[in-house]
Design a protein around this ligand. Structure first.
Ligand code: ZN
Length: 442
């Protein structure tokens, strides 16, 4: 009876040690998942999605977003028109017989998401870029027209004060016209007078502006306020080769940091942001992170020494499609954000001057997002790889080895203890048998 109790106690002890080791091992194996949970919540505490913002407003394909000097948000969308595989012919020409988009394509919203103004009907054929400069002028790019248009702030202001009917007449009549047009309508080209599907505009405080050109060309142009060309640089990168400094594969969006004298270009298909000195177009720096951001960068915005960018989906890279915040000096990823899940096709991003508000528009889902960021959050750089992003509690390789050794040791001790117990019992049985034998024999 005593031996039976002893055996049971040994078994319980061994089972307890093994389950302890198993729990430790499971903790180790599940650490990544747990850390990811903390990680994602940490990001969302920094930058929060406002799920109610503009949720009831209907858009077509949303291609661009920009913030005006009053903090209102301009959104450029395509109404009922969709950019499909047959929209352009092989020569990048759009069939102008399709006519302009009949619906309003520019919507101005306030910070709460309330609609302030809607205009742009019968003016645009395939909207792409929208930049509202510091004076409130609207700069748009239309990839079907192959043109850049500037609409003056004064004209936009007049429209705000009109009744709906007058607004419609003003918008559709001859009253509202661009004050500056660059490029030749419907005629793609690659010279001083023509663009080919220009993507975006960035405007300096003195009125000089940059144009990224574009889907078929691979260059950046700088103009003065009158529209006279000052600079041009860039050529197409070679597929399969590491892109050189001054090459592009779809320069898709622009952002200016006037205080740093830098222009940032979202070099979309090369998955990078490249920066250039705004005064002369000289290369400054490349920002790229294949493991976390992936091979596609769609748009970039700048505020207070931080870059805000959005990436895109790619079947070869398992990355989250979302927004990223980078330190402009180190290039480190400081934060990441999304609307509770990965985005589908984010196309443009805008950030307020103090960085407190971030807006992202999704092309194919026809959605706009507002995110709020606590300003001046002091935090060290976030990890650079996706594995590290999922594991921000930063268990080091040494710690992993120690933890593994601990688990192995515990299992080993448990096995030794059980073996020792079995051997002891076996020896005792032998002794008892011998004793019994001796007693019996005697
Ligand atoms: Zn685009």
């Amino acid at each position: 009876m005593v031996h039976l109790q002893y055996n049971i106690a040994c078994c319980i002890l061994v089972l307890f040690i093994l389950s302890l080791a198993k729990a430790n091992f499971q903790y180790y194996m599940n650490f990544k998942h747990t850390a990811k949970y903390f990680s994602e919540n940490k990001f969302r505490l920094d930058i929060e999605w406002d799920s109610q913002w503009a949720k009831d407003i209907k858009f077509g394909q949303v291609s661009a977003v920009s913030i005006d000097p009053c903090g209102n948000i301009g959104i450029f969308h395509r109404g009922s028109r969709v950019w499909g595989s047959t929209t352009f012919n092989i020569e990048n020409k759009f069939d102008e017989r399709k006519g302009p988009i009949h619906e309003d394509t520019i919507i101005l919203l306030d910070k709460s998401g309330k609609k302030l103004l809607e205009w742009g009907a019968h003016k645009f054929y395939l909207p792409h870029g929208l930049t509202i400069d510091m004076h409130g002028n609207y700069w748009i790019t239309d990839v079907a027209l192959h043109q850049v248009h500037k609409y003056d702030a004064e004209d936009i202001e007049i429209m705000k004060g009109l009744s709906d009917l007058r607004k419609k007449q003003y918008n559709q009549g001859k009253s509202l016209k661009p004050s500056l047009i660059l490029g030749e309508a419907f005629k793609p080209g690659n010279d001083d007078k023509r663009f080919c599907k220009p993507t975006a505009v960035a405007v300096e405080n003195n009125g000089d502006f940059f144009v990224s050109d574009g889907y078929c060309n691979a260059r950046i142009l700088k103009f003065n306020a009158k529209g006279e060309k000052l600079l041009e640089w860039g050529r197409r990168s070679i597929y399969g080769q590491i892109p050189l400094q001054n090459t592009f594969n779809v320069p898709h969006a622009l952002a200016l940091a006037s205080e740093l004298n830098l222009l940032f270009v979202a070099d979309r298909e090369n998955g990078r942001i490249t920066s250039f000195y705004a005064t002369n177009g000289t290369f400054h720096k490349e920002y790229k992170n294949l493991s976390t951001i992936g091979p596609l960068v769609y748009s970039v915005a700048y505020a207070k020494e931080r870059l805000y960018l959005i990436n895109g989906p790619n079947s070869h890279y398992n990355v989250h499609v979302r927004g990223f915040v980078l330190d402009v000096n180190s290039g480190d990823i400081l934060s990441q954000f999304d609307p509770g899940q990965d985005m589908d096709s984010p196309h443009d991003i805008a950030v307020s001057q103090n960085g407190s508000e971030i807006y992202v528009v999704e092309l194919n889902k026809n959605i706009t997002y507002k995110f709020s960021q606590k300003t001046n959050p002091h935090r060290g750089p976030a990890p650079l790889t996706d594995a590290d992003v999922n594991n921000p509690l930063a268990i080091s390789t040494t710690e992993k080895i120690i933890l593994t050794l601990f688990v192995v040791t515990v299992i080993f001790i448990g096995l030794c203890a059980s073996l020792a117990a079995v051997l002891t019992r076996s020896q005792e049985r032998d002794c008892v048998s011998i004793e019994r034998y001796i007693v019996h024999d005697a």
